[in-house]
Design a protein around this ligand. Structure first.
Ligand code: NAD
Length: 427
């Protein structure tokens, strides 16, 4: 007798390609806000993409060639703006996705920039400072025809920092014959950087977490927090959230995670990381994996590392009530649907980490005026921008009855579409 075959339920394969994810998010929101088909085609693609081969003479005399990219998604609202990432997993599609997220991000915080992003496929931890400088200068030279203070303004991202920006600024200035501090942001203070820029991404994240606590009824000073990634965004978020009374129960970096349910001592943690290069091994903490950090019982989860961390595979185990995406693209669209149905408030990347580009804008304004503000002034202005952006996104999500990510996209798309429509399609 033949037995009936019972189909084994399997989770559908998820598409983890960042650019297709960005387009899917865009299409969902464009549909909701009724964007006309012509503009939809214009805004879902990058305006200009540059793909580069970057030869570098290494310290041992050999020559290596690295792949690099710069993608400008939109300049409808002003010069393009976006960071530069150094990572072995950088791909052209990832850079395209990140460039489009910059466009929506700048529009959501209502600063007069379009979106761009750059990347080099490399592992900067395997390169000497000398090799990094040569790679950075070659990249800066190759992209210099399309960047500039009124064209496209790079900034730091994963594994790039104020030193990287100083090299780019110098290369651009040397080849253009005059000093151009406004060509990059995230520079050292003494080279035209801004007070508060280093902390801006995390501080902006803190401001929107506070707003999210208000709408969800969570008390930040009694909240427990887990943070994945302990670089610029994650480590400063830990510091600021702890200063605001939250208990940081777990953090991780590329080498692993640590947990103390009673709360990690963040000051000791920052010292430990500065001394050893990792969070792993902090006294009075238990080792856990970086993936486990995401799945802990806590009020607020801050992914602050890389893309595709919350997926269909682990979303059912996410226990946080608020997910504040300091990182770009940590949640897949399918996982988003699950979190929304479960009532988890996701503060999407294009809102949660927009503090970085906001203070980059302040830095650019100060450079152009050659007039510099104090830190309180920067932070006050940042708070005003972030609180307003959260309110705009929250009310769009209520108006269209959608999750916060789609609400954020709707706010961004409507502003960019309005600018594009009004400028017209040239010629
Ligand atoms: P960073 O290079 O300073 O830090 C990255 C951190 O992630 C490091 O601690 C690294 O060890 C950790 N990491 C890498 N792989 C990991 C893994 N598998 N598990 C756990 N941790 C891992 O970079 P950053 O500037 O803090 O950027 C982090 C995220 O924030 C990125 O998605 C970036 O695009 C986003 N972001 C940063 C800024 C900014 O101003 N720095 C602005 C907006 C968005």
């Amino acid at each position: 007798m033949a037995t009936a075959r019972i189909p084994i339920p399997i989770k559908p394969e998820e598409d983890l390609n960042s650019f297709r994810i960005a387009m899917r998010q865009f299409d969902t929101a464009a549909e909701k806000c009724g964007l006309e088909p012509g503009l939809r085609e214009v805004l879902r693609r990058p305006r200009r993409s540059l793909s580069l081969s970057l030869p570098v003479k290494m310290d041992d005399g050999t020559i290596r060639v690295f792949d690099g990219y710069r993608v400008q998604h939109s300049s409808a609202r002003g010069p393009c703006k976006g960071g530069i990432r150094y990572h072995p997993n950088v791909t052209f599609d990832e850079v395209k996705a990140l460039a489009s997220w910059m466009t929506w991000k700048c529009a959501i915080v209502n600063i007069p920039f379009g979106g761009a992003k750059g990347g080099i496929v490399c592992d900067p931890r395997q390169l000497s400072k000398n090799e990094l400088e040569h790679l950075t200068r070659r990249y800066a030279y190759e992209i210099s025809p399309i960047i500039g203070p009124d064209k496209d303004i790079p900034a730091p991202d994963v594994y790039t920092d104020a030193q990287t920006m100083a090299w780019i600024m110098d290369t651009y200035s040397m080849t253009h014959g005059s000093s151009a501090p406004g060509v990059v942001t995230g520079k050292p203070l003494f080279l035209g950087g801004s007070f508060g820029r280093n902390e801006a991404t995390a501080r902006g994240c803190l401001f929107v977490i506070r707003s999210a606590c208000e709408v969800t009824g969570i008390k930040l000073n009694r909240a427990t927090v887990a943070i994945q990634g302990f670089g610029n965004a994650g480590s400063i978020a830990a510091e600021l959230l702890a200063q605001n009374g939250a208990t940081i129960i777990a953090v991780s970096d590329s080498r692993g995670g640590i947990l103390n349910r009673a709360g990690l001592n963040v000051t000791a943690l920052l010292e430990h990381k500065a001394k050893t290069g990792s969070v792993v091994g902090l006294p009075n903490s238990d080792p856990i994996s970086s993936e486990d950090v995401l799945e802990l019982q806590c009020d607020i989860l801050v992914p602050a590392a890389l893309e595709n961390q919350i997926t269909l595979e682990n979303v059912d185990r996410i226990q946080a009530r608020i997910v504040a995406e300091a990182a770009n693209g940590p949640t897949t669209p399918d996982a988003d649907i699950v979190l929304y149905k479960r009532g988890v408030l996701v503060i999407p990347d294009i809102l949660a980490n927009a503090g970085g580009v906001t203070v980059s804008y302040f830095e650019w304004v100060q450079d152009l005026q050659e007039l510099f503000w104090d830190e309180d002034d920067v932070n006050r202005r940042l708070e005003r921008v972030m609180v307003k952006a959260f309110a705009d996104v929250h009310s769009a999500s209520k108006k269209y009855d959608v999750d916060m990510r789609t609400g954020a996209y709707v706010v961004g798309i409507e502003r960019v579409a309005n600018a594009t429509r009004t400028r017209g399609i040239w010629p």
